[in-house]
Design a protein around this ligand. Sequence first.
Ligand code: ADP
Length: 156
Amino acid sequence: MQRIAVFPGSFDPVTIGHIDIINRGLPLFDKLIIGIGVNSQKKYLFPLEKRIEWLKKIFEYEDRVSVESYTGLTVHFCEQRNAQFILRGIRSAGDFEFEKAVSQTNRVLSRSIETIFILANPSLSVVSSSIVRDVIINGGDPKPFVPEEIEVSVHL
Ligand code: ADP
């Protein structure tokens, strides 16, 4: 059976921290689906189409990576795609506490799905989409934090 994982997130925008987790997670799975979760209650800085386009461009060389958006529960998306694993990155104790609750809840919702955690590379553990958004909104250059394949700019 193929080992399929979903890497869920908002990717608003995608950062070099996300890319590191995807690249380090890839050897563990046959297929990795980057799942962009769409929450109608949440406001995003970048449109969904842009976030999909960036991720597709970054991983166009890798057949095993696909990019999709989804609504609703991540475990339901995993079941629809026959994914047995959820991949998540952990940067800090705060991330751990949050991820622990989400993962344990997901285990109750779906016994067959296991969450796999990868610890952030120490040099990337301070990189987050929310800080990158702050940099952008305040006129800073996001380049050091985003993959070089993409051009992240907003006209606010
Ligand atoms: P969410 O919308 O669920 O907060 P994000 O798009 O911010 O998701 O991140 C998706 C996943 O990537 C999460 O597991 C998050 O912990 C992980 N991640 C984000 N930035 C980094 C980083 N710099 N290093 C390691 N993991 C990261």
